[in-house]
Design a protein around this ligand. Structure first.
Ligand SMILES: Cc1cc2nc3c(=O)[nH]c(=O)nc-3n(C[C@H](O)[C@H](O)[C@H](O)COP(=O)(O)OP(=O)(O)OC[C@H]3O[C@@H](n4cnc5c(N)ncnc54)[C@H](O)[C@@H]3O)c2cc1C
Length: 377
């Protein structure tokens, strides 16, 4: 078994690491202060090839695949998990359009998304509850050669940065009663709501969409009517969950580095606290979580690159890595004593970011339902 990345993946990983250190890191303090995504960064992400990683070459992407995408999102997230989630959600819409979109939708959207004209998004969650897809309230009723949408979406990543989001709405009843649409911003009856103030992932845009008698043509439909559940499940399950796993992997790496750095530099009783066994055990736990998370994340992506069944592995990667990042960042924070609670120390950001990653992409409980179903069937 070869655990080394293939060369193209190594190159993507190195590129993402250098980009994150040189371009993203200087933006972090202002993102933390303002909570705003720095818009010029979208073009810079495009120039370095990170927006088109999973998009076919004929639409302007590099088609480097899922292992490369996981490695890149993790590297970016180690420096800024807020930029990491923005990037991974962009890949969700790229993949959904590529997998399910018409030729015209692919030709119109994918090259623009690779060029960084906007960041992509997939809007599923509603105030009625994100875990219950079938219980969503937004409707798309057939009317004169198109559809009329009514309803709202919340907690949508890149909401204010996306020119043509993918959204899911009800066209009927039950699991075959959902359909997917691309709604161009500027469509009459489509408006943006507030920008949320989160406890973590500060600088990642999270917002609301409103639809009031929003009329769209038939060509806005993605896949067939009634296939919205399939589109949502595959996009969340195979792109969104591993994306959040990769974001959390980056947070875990950052938490580990901060824990080691502080343990070696903080002196108590005349010695660095790294000499205390309790600190050593916590560092060992963090490193073990980090190594295990790497393995589940990379294996799940490796399966998808080979076209093999991967949805359960992707969910396990999300479930394990988000919880591990939270566990590890709490330990890393505690290693810092009181310093860990001070905003001057980056470790508190790891903890806040890790907490927000638990529900984004589906909660731990929902993840356990998905994995247990696969186990018991
Ligand atoms: C930073 C961030 C970014 C996000 N980005 C997007 C995005 O781009 N697009 C999008 O559509 N959504 C997005 N979301 C929403 C996210 O997908 C939802 O928060 C998530 O699916 C949970 O939905 P909810 O928050 O409504 O919680 P609810 O569904 O209301 O769940 C509440 C609680 O009930 C538990 N629960 C639910 N069902 C069960 C069950 N069957 N058994 C046991 N427990 C259960 C949950 O685990 C949770 O603890 C984002 C969320 C965050 C925080």
């Amino acid at each position: 078994m070869d655990f080394d990345f293939p060369n193209p993946v190594k190159i993507v990983q190195r590129t993402a690491r250098d980009f994150a250190r040189q371009v993203v890191a200087p933006l972090v303090p202002e993102m933390e202060r303002s909570g705003k995504f720095p818009k010029p960064l979208i073009k810079q992400l495009a120039e370095v090839g990170l927006l088109g990683l999973v998009t076919p070459r004929r639409y302007g992407g590099s088609e480097l695949g899922w292992l490369a995408r996981t490695a890149a999102v993790a590297e970016v997230s180690k420096v800024s998990a807020a930029v990491g989630i923005s990037l991974q959600v962009h890949h969700m819409q790229s993949a959904a359009v590529n997998d399910w979109g018409s030729k015209a939708q692919k030709e119109r959207l994918l090259p623009r998304m690779c060029r960084g004209e906007f960041l992509g998004t997939c809007a599923v969650t509603e105030p009625t509850g994100g875990s219950d897809l079938v219980g969503m309230a937004s409707t798309a009723a057939r009317a004169r050669g198109g559809y009329v949408l009514n309803g709202s979406k919340c907690y949508i990543t890149n909401a204010h940065l996306c020119a043509a989001p993918l959204i899911i709405a009800k066209t009927g009843e039950g699991s075959r009663g959902l359909s997917a649409f691309i709604i161009e911003k500027g469509a009459q009856g489509f408006s943006l709501g507030r920008e949320e103030h989160k406890m973590g992932l500060l600088g990642a845009d999270t917002g609301e969409f409103f639809f009031k008698n929003c009329r769209v043509p038939e060509s806005a439909l993605v896949a067939d009517e009634g296939e919205g559940m399939k589109v949502a499940l595959k996009t969340i399950g195979e792109v969104g969950r591993p994306g959040m796993a990769a974001v959390s992997l980056g947070i875990l790496e950052a938490a580990f580095d901060e824990a080691v750095k502080f343990s070696k530099s903080r002196t108590l009783y005349g010695k660095p606290i790294a000499a205390l066994q309790a600190i050593q055990w916590n560092v060992a736990d963090i490193l073990t979580d980090l190594e295990t998370a790497r393995l589940v994340c990379y294996r799940a992506s490796w399966l998808k690159d080979r076209g093999r069944d991967c949805a359960t592995h992707m969910t396990m990667a999300k479930l394990y890595t988000t919880e591990a990042a939270l566990r590890a960042s709490r330990k890393a924070l505690e290693i810092h004593g009181g310093c860990g609670t001070m905003l001057d120390y980056p470790v508190q950001r790891c903890f806040r970011d890790a907490m927000v990653c638990i529900s984004a992409g589906g909660t731990t409980e929902v993840g356990k339902i998905v994995v247990s179903r696969a186990a018991l069937n």
